[in-house]
Design a protein around this ligand. Structure first.
Ligand code: ATP
Ligand code: MG
Length: 557
């Protein structure tokens, strides 16, 4: 089989924009930011944004900030902050200076809200959330002015101060910008700037009981940090006029510009933090870092390399046209990396004992096998003696057409070793094959046998010296290309979970060199796929291996 040609990196429409801004002198240096909300773990969609923001900064000698967009304390948590920092670093990026928090700017944002009130551009509104929704109108109907819209500056200042002082319950009042209730852009219909929310915040504790909205926070945080290019996903395109309205009506220190790109959608994959959290909370997976999850910590545990994920992000490019990316491209990126860089090894998943009857009792030969067919990564040593294990599927009494492995009376080569012939299958009372008795041709080590062709090559491990291990065969978590789509009325994405996404095999046998595999060490198990030692559960002498990806794309076949 010929190797697929490496596709070239796709275009990134922001690169020429940044380049032009530097060449024209509009900016002496670019500053970008990656702004996650700490309400879940980062997923593969975030990787696209991370590679884009940090990548542009790197390429053009600028800086990229990590800013936690933490305006919704009810859903946020320190655990997520820690995980996000470690995932960004694992992916290979380092933010400029300390990590930042939008909550660091709450005092400034409050002062800017007061500024808008004083300028007659914001007011305290007492409509309940339901009433406010009714006043807002719809895409086809203009909204109506709130009855509280014409409050005096003094009254607004007083009420806003009392909101801050905690005098009112959640939802009783809100501070809104006074823009235009008839605007065709719903985001400009007097958007909310501050909500009352008596909640403890992971950064600011109990200092605040009012919290700024995302829209009121984001652009001003960009301005405070001197962000030059504020890059977000397309759903914020309609928010851009509001983003610019705030910058134009506030004494901000800089005027960042917002650019939008299409978010990553990957088939067979969920990239919504809310749904990923549901998978975790309801126990459909074993935590955020379950190797089937689309989280970066899941891919890491599965055995993906940071380089393969960065490469994938290069391959998909950055544009404004949405589209669905085939998961095969992500799998291609990891296969390519592991093919070039992972050490080869042998592991027998369903061991069948083979006794080589004509091999001398007590004799042991040390066979050296290269760790890699192309790269010089040294050798591994396998002891060869009278008893070995092969995979049960490599022997068939009634072989299907084209079967090239071991059959009664037939010959096969043991990888890196001799040619053996199957003489007898030993069975238990139920007729299951429990052992094979074979003979070997002593003139076939590193040589073709005389006078006959042996086509098949199978993997094996020595019975003595191989290590018992657990192997976790991971597959796609969803069996439907679009997991969101369910046939039945009222169904959910959970109905599309692949029941075979994890198959745990115990009692597998790995070659001796794998006994002390380091956590996260990656291998190609010959003929089986790419595997890595599990980050958490693998122990010296008792390794646990996760299947990262199969050798070839055989999904659905
Ligand atoms: P989710 O829908 O999963 O909750 P989000 O956009 O609300 O995602 P944030 O934590 O706000 O999550 O995202 C941080 C950054 O990552 C944002 O700039 C956002 O645009 C970007 N991002 C999130 N999901 C994707 C995606 N699928 N593709 C590209 N960028 C994404
Ligand atoms: Mg968001």
């Amino acid at each position: 089989m010929s190797k697929p040609e490496t596709p070239a990196a796709a275009a990134n429409f922001l690169r020429p924009i940044v380049q032009a801004d530097l060449e024209s002198g509009k900016h002496a240096k670019i500053v970008t930011r990656f702004p996650p909300e700490p309400n879940g773990y980062l997923h593969i969609g975030h990787a696209k944004s991370i590679c884009l923001n940090f990548g542009l900064a790197q390429e053009f000698g600028g800086e990229c900030n990590l800013r936690f967009d933490d305006t919704n304390p009810a859903k946020e948590d320190q655990e997520y902050i820690d995980a996000i920092k470690s995932d960004v670093q694992w992916l290979g990026f380092q933010w400029a200076g300390e990590e930042r928090y939008a909550s660091n700017y709450f005092d400034q944002l409050f002062a800017w809200a007061v500024h808008l009130i004083e300028a007659g551009k914001a007011y305290v509104c007492d409509l309940s959330p339901d009433e406010a929704r009714a006043y807002r109108g719809s895409l086809t109907e203009p909204g109506r002015n709130s009855p509280f819209r014409e409050r005096s500056v003094e009254e607004n200042l007083d009420l806003f101060a009392r909101m801050k002082a905690g005098e009112f319950p959640d939802g009783a009042r809100a501070l809104r910008a006074k823009i235009d209730m008839a605007s065709p852009n719903m985001n400009l219909r007097d958007p909310i700037l501050y909500r009352i929310r008596h909640a403890h915040h992971h950064q600011t504790g109990d200092k605040w009981c009012i919290y700024p909205s995302y829209d009121f926070t984001h652009g001003q945080s960009d301005a405070i940090e001197g962000i030059t290019h504020s890059i977000c996903t397309l759903e914020f395109e309609d928010h851009r006029p509001l983003y610019e309205w705030f910058l134009a009506n506030l004494p901000v220190p800089a005027r960042p510009r917002q650019y939008e790109f299409a978010r990553l959608n990957l088939n067979y994959t969920i990239t919504s933090k809310r749904k990923l959290k549901q998978l975790v909370d309801e126990g459909h997976v074993n935590g955020w870092d379950d190797p089937r999850m689309s989280t970066l910590s899941g891919y890491r545990r599965r055995g993906y390399t940071p380089a393969s994920i960065r490469h994938f992000c290069d391959l998909i490019g950055v544009n404004r046209a949405g589209g669905l990316v085939d998961i095969g491209m992500l799998e291609f990126a990891i296969r390519e990396d592991l093919d070039a860089n992972a050490s080869r090894a042998m592991c027998v998943l369903k061991p069948l004992k083979v006794v080589i009857t004509n091999y001398p009792q007590g004799q042991v030969e040390s066979l050296e096998l290269p760790r890699h067919p192309k790269q010089d990564m040294g050798v591994r040593v396998l002891p060869f003696s009278r008893e070995i294990f092969i995979d049960a599927s490599d022997f068939e009494e009634v072989p299907p057409a084209g079967y090239k492995r071991l059959i009664p009376g037939g010959e096969v080569r043991l990888r890196g070793s001799y040619v053996i012939r199957a003489d007898e299958a030993v069975k238990d009372e139920q007729g299951n094959i429990v052992e094979l008795r074979c003979s070997y041709d002593e003139n076939t080590l590193g040589k073709n046998p005389e006078g006959r062709k042996v086509k098949g090559v199978i993997h094996w491990v020595p019975a003595e010296g191989s290590v018992e291990c657990e192997v976790r065969l991971y597959d796609r978590l969803f069996k439907a290309a679009n997991p969101e789509k369910t046939d039945e009325e009222g169904g959910s994405f959970l109905d599309n979970i692949n029941p075979e996404s994890l198959v745990v095999l115990k009692g597998c046998r790995a070659e001796p060199s794998l006994a002390n595999a380091a956590p996260e060490e990656r291998f190609q198990f010959e003929r089986e796929g790419y595997f890595c030692a599990d980050l958490k559960d693998s122990q010296p002498g008792a390794p646990v291996f996760n299947r990262t990806v199969t050798l070839r794309d055989s999904w659905g076949q």
